[in-house]
Design a protein around this ligand. Structure first.
Ligand code: SF4
Length: 469
């Protein structure tokens, strides 16, 4: 048995393995926890390796996510070293801690609020093992605990250094969409203070990341809660964009994650327009293109308002990638409403879709609604929208053919053996195989449409050294 001491005095570094399920917010939190443990002398190992401690950040957005979380917990229990620990946290732990504590081999269950003190909980637990199956979950999950990344730089694929970091700037949500469990498990909307965001962005820039994805549960609502918390006057994401625009100079790009339609203000578009290092990429969840369905979903806009929002973005940034979440099979979706929703999508300058299939989530209003849709119909509608998505992607790449873009090169190689990367406007590209570029480098390229929906060619633009800096 390894005689662990979390203060990092053990002769050989103890091994800790992390697994994050679900969204980018969960992923970001795990990266911060990894940094905390590594800075304290632990060794971070892959989840399929043997470790002294396993930490699973669970998701509960659907029944499937619950099942995946339980499966992951069981994998950890099977792998843990004698005397090792399995700690389960995240949204499933927040929603149903008893169910997870009841799984064989689970040592500690922490809610979303307690997640920030996970390191301390492990220390306390190591010193007093009588506490197996312990549950620490506050029924009020709202937390102002935004973690820092520490010094560790996460690994990308094949051991490559990751080029992009995720920075959580907001947590929780004040909306009440009828299919969504998130406000129940993550609480009210809370924003990370501006100075703290800027400091952490600087730190990540200094750590070598060349792109920061700014994420949250309802990212666009950043700053609206300040007044409620009596911290300062309410403010908006536009202010944060302006504060970040010079962080990292031309060496770091920012990408905003999902923006609810009501948060896409002209003030925000002005701020992004004035900030060349903010990616021309907008992801604006739609969920459904039919207004009657949007009302059933409890969304705070109708089809016309959504359409106007997307057109406003496109007029301001014609080169931008604009994506949308859409859901098929929500209760009450008959063929006519599906068609009218699909027609709206087809009429808008969207460039890609994330297609979700509605599934019942215990604890949400939608489960009690009449008109649940048969699984085979859901499948057919999902296939239909996936085909539409391929058309949207092809049309966008055809429009961008021959345009110049800034490509951030990643470590992965494409089907023709060239290094791949991502442009600001979310085009995944492959460089010529003989193009000697290095990971984490910005390269000015000309887009070459290959007729494939998800990968384009990229020809480096002949500049003195072929790169930005
Ligand atoms: S905006 Fe709606 S779907 Fe998104 S997290 Fe909030 S309640 Fe859930």
């Amino acid at each position: 048995m390894v005689d662990c001491d979390v203060r990092g005095e053990a002769p050989d570094a103890r091994a800790v393995a992390f697994k994050s399920l679900g969204c980018r917010v969960n992923f970001e939190e795990i990266e911060c926890l990894r940094g905390r443990f590594v800075d304290a002398g632990w060794r971070s190992v892959d989840f399929d390796q043997t470790a002294d401690l396993y930490v699973i950040n669970t998701c509960t957005v659907t029944g499937l996510a619950d099942a995946e979380s339980r499966k992951t917990v069981r994998r950890a229990v099977r792998r843990k070293r004698a005397g090792g620990l399995v700690v389960v946290t995240g949204c499933y732990a927040q929603r149903d801690p008893e169910a997870l504590a009841a799984l064989d081999g689970v040592d500690l269950v922490l809610g979303n609020k307690e997640k920030g003190q996970l390191f301390e909980h492990v220390q306390r637990f190591r010193e007093d093992r009588r506490l197996a199956g312990e549950i620490w979950v506050d029924s009020e999950p709202t937390t102002e605990n935004f973690l820092n990344h520490g010094s560790a730089r996460g690994q990308g694929e094949q051991g490559s250094l990751r080029t992009r970091a995720t920075l959580k700037i907001q947590d929780g949500c004040d909306e009440r969409c009828t299919y969504c469990i998130i406000p129940t498990v993550r609480g009210a909307s809370v924003s990370r203070p501006l100075e703290s965001v800027v400091d952490e962005a600087r730190h990540l820039g200094r750590s070598g990341f060349r792109e920061l994805a700014l994420t949250g549960v309802n990212t666009g609502s950043w700053g609206r809660d300040f007044a409620r918390a009596g911290r300062s006057e309410a403010t908006s994401l536009a202010k944060l964009v302006r504060a970040l625009q010079h962080v990292g100079g031309t060496r770091m790009r920012f990408r905003l994650n999902s923006l609810e339609p009501d948060t896409v203000t002209d003030e925000l578009l002005d701020a992004i327009e004035a900030s060349p290092m903010f990616a021309r990429h907008f992801h604006v969840p739609l969920q459904h293109g039919d207004s009657a369905m949007l009302r059933r979903m409890g969304r705070n806009y109708d089809a016309a308002v959504y359409a106007a929002t997307i057109r406003r973005i496109h007029e301001r940034f014609p080169e931008a990638s604009i994506g949308a979440d859409v859901m098929v099979g929500f209760p009450g979706e008959d063929e006519e409403r599906f068609r009218s929703g699909r027609d709206l999508i087809e009429s808008l300058p969207l460039t890609y879709l994330h297609v979700f299939t509605y599934s019942q989530r215990e604890g949400t209003a939608a489960t009690r609604m009449p008109g649940h849709v048969a699984e085979d119909i859901k499948r057919a509608r999902s296939q239909d929208l996936h085909a539409l998505e391929d058309d949207l992607r092809r049309a966008f790449l055809a429009r961008r053919n021959g345009s110049e873009e800034l490509l951030l090169v990643e470590g992965k190689r494409g089907p023709r053996g060239g290094l791949t990367g991502l442009t600001g406007n979310y085009i995944r590209c492959e460089l010529p195989v003989d193009r000697d570029a290095s990971e984490n480098e910005f390269v000015q390229v000309t887009i070459e449409n290959r007729g494939e929906p998800r990968l384009a060619g990229a020809v480096p633009v002949a500049t003195p050294n072929g790169c930005l800096d």
